[in-house]
Design a protein around this ligand. Structure first.
Ligand SMILES: [Zn+2]
Ligand SMILES: [Zn+2]
Length: 201
């Protein structure tokens, strides 16, 4: 399903979710101390930043782009853009069914996150996160998790048990500090009835 079907399209510049001026670079430097330069990513059509502290070190560019994960910044599938990194939403076919957000650059899909949202109970279940192997460790997962969270602000979020492979464990262990997802799913009655995840007995 996912797969960058154009090999030359990569997440060459790492990304992070956010808006406004960042306080730290993705590598941990405080920008008020080390210095920062803002520019614009022509590849992604998004704000791009350069950490002066990283840049001064050998073998680093210190460059990253910031993707706004807000719902207003998520577009329907017919709005993909060949020249912009976009969060593309495929809504569920039923109210509490599973919806998908994909990270796309034109027809290249780098990864996707799937979730069920119940507006009545304000319950959200994160069902699946997948980043294509060659696009991992560039921030795509963080951006997709932030995009999913933006769709269920103030919802009670839980997730299905994470895959027990080292990459998944490492990802969620890193992200665990910045998102408040619990490690076992707590679907509401509507989500159980919709078969979003199997009922726990
Ligand atoms: Zn830095
Ligand atoms: Zn419900």
């Amino acid at each position: 399903m996912t797969g960058a079907n154009r090999g030359w399209r990569t997440l060459e510049i790492p990304i992070r979710p956010g808006t406004g001026n960042p306080t730290h670079c993705p590598w941990g430097h405080e920008l008020a101390v080390g210095g920062v330069r803002q520019s614009w990513s022509q590849d992604y059509r998004a704000p791009e930043w350069l950490c002066e502290a990283c840049y001064a070190l050998p073998g680093r560019t210190g460059v990253w782009a910031v993707i706004d994960p807000a719902v207003e910044n998520q577009v329907p599938p017919n709005n993909v853009d060949e020249y912009a990194l976009r969060l593309v939403v495929v809504p569920p076919t039923t109210p509490v069914g599973i919806g998908t957000v994909r990270l796309c650059l034109g027809r290249a899909v780098f990864g996707e996150i799937r979730m069920s949202l119940c507006a009545t109970d304000r319950r959200a279940v994160l069902v699946h996160l997948h980043i294509d192997e060659e696009h991992r460790r560039r921030g795509a997962g963080r951006v997709l998790v932030a995009a999913a969270e933006a769709r269920g602000r103030d919802f009670d979020w839980t997730m299905v048990p994470i895959a027990r492979d080292p990459v998944s464990i490492a990802f969620w262990a890193r992200l665990g500090t910045i998102c408040s997802l619990s490690a076992s799913p707590r679907p509401c009655s509507h989500q159980i009835a919709a078969g979003v995840i199997p009922a726990c007995d």
